[in-house]
Design a binder for this molecule. Structure first.
Ligand SMILES: NC(=O)c1ccc[n+]([C@@H]2O[C@H](COP(=O)([O-])OP(=O)(O)OC[C@H]3O[C@@H](n4cnc5c(N)ncnc54)[C@H](OP(=O)(O)O)[C@@H]3O)[C@@H](O)[C@H]2O)c1
Ligand SMILES: *[C@@H]1O[C@H](CO)[C@@H](O)[C@H](O)[C@H]1NC(C)=O
Ligand SMILES: *[C@@H]1O[C@H](CO)[C@@H](O)[C@H](O)[C@H]1NC(C)=O
Length: 287
């Protein structure tokens, strides 16, 4: 082994140990009675987030557009052990609804400890075809509403030493084909909230921000789009949701779930042409 190889190997070992020792441990009891709002909670990962918070005995506000579905999710939350549950229908493409949801949660719960921003608007899985209007709408739903809600909740989170949890995607860190508008909204999120993480740290803020980078998760809406196109293993929504909550509760800045997401990002940085070859050949093009 050359000296450089030894140094690199030793550095990697030290880094692994450092991560292992400094990862804070999670205590389920810490979430009893916690006041949380979860967006996009009528299905998929958001629904599973609500159920986990319910099992931990939290006080929950859930939101999405479909009120009847929210009512059913709220009933299930109560039966799973939630202390209190409220639901509010809101459309995140509307300019005032994001703030309305935060105000509703503050009024019902009297404060906020966790804010989980998770919703996304519908988008296609296809080659970019020039639909600028769709890109603009998606930016409102997937990005601007997150900025609005985060800002509206910030004072309450400062007061409670709370956690802001942003659900993002591998598509927000690494360009993949067929998701140009969606990827743009997720890159915007990682950029905006990455900056905010630094600014809050510099200000010695009480608020922690966690950015969750997810790979393929087996939700109905994701699988219906990519089933025959993407050759990647899909991971369970319930496990993804639990990891998201633990990341927020332990105030970690980042989650990479599942494990392969960080490897893919790193490969693109280190070996761009090999990574590009792999990305393009892991997507079947069906015209
Ligand atoms: N599944 C994956 O493979 C995957 C991979 C990486 C990242 N993620 C991220 O994980 C999060 C959840 O994904 P998911 O697969 O669980 O999504 P999903 O099943 O499609 O759920 C989306 C949620 O957002 C709500 N929603 C849609 N449009 C809305 C609007 N205009 N206003 C308010 N709410 C709206 C939907 O409810 P209504 O229709 O009732 O409004 C639903 O509750 C997203 O941030 C996504 O980017 C997912
Ligand atoms: C947003 O919602 C409010 C009521 O909640 C409504 O008055 C307004 O017209 C909506 N705006 C748009 C652009 O749909
Ligand atoms: C952080 O929390 C403490 C109380 O725990 C409070 O005194 C302080 O004002 C908070 N910081 C900000 C910036 O609100």
């Amino acid at each position: 082994m050359g000296i450089l190889t030894k140094v690199i190997f030793a550095s990697i070992c030290v880094a692994f140990l450092a991560v292992y020792w400094t990862t804070p441990s999670f205590h389920a009891e810490s979430l009893r009675g916690v006041r949380v709002v979860v967006t996009g909670a009528s299905k998929g990962i958001g629904e599973q987030l609500a159920y986990h918070y319910a099992r931990f005995g939290a006080q929950i506000v859930i939101t999405a557009r479909r009120e009847e579905v929210l009512r059913k999710v709220a009933d299930t939350c109560l039966s799973l052990g939630a202390q209190r549950v409220f639901y509010v229908a809101a459309d995140m493409s509307n300019e005032s609804d994001p703030e309305k949801v935060v105000d509703f949660a503050l009024e019902k719960l009297g404060g906020l400890d966790h804010v989980v921003l998770n919703h996304i608007g519908a988008s296609t899985f296809a080659m970019w075809d020039g639909d600028v209007e769709h890109a603009r709408l998606l930016m409102k739903v997937n990005f601007f509403s997150y900025v609005q809600m985060a800002w509206r909740a910030m004072a309450a989170l400062e007061k409670s030493k709370g956690s802001l949890i942003v659900v993002s995607s591998l598509a927000g860190k690494l360009a993949n084909p067929f998701v140009a508008p969606y990827a743009s909204t997720k890159f915007a999120l990682t950029g905006f909230f990455g900056v905010l993480q630094h600014e809050l740290a510099i200000k010695r803020s009480n608020v922690s921000i966690s950015i969750c980078t997810l790979g393929l998760i087996d939700t109905e809406s994701a699988m219906s789009k990519v089933r025959d196109v993407v050759k990647l293993p899909a991971y369970p929504a319930t496990d993804a949701a639990l990891n998201i909550i633990i990341t927020g509760a332990t105030r970690q800045t980042d989650l990479f779930y599942p494990w392969y997401t960080s490897i893919m990002i790193l490969s693109k940085e280190l070996f761009p042409s090999i990574a590009d070859y792999a990305i393009q050949n892991s997507h079947n093009y069906i015209p």
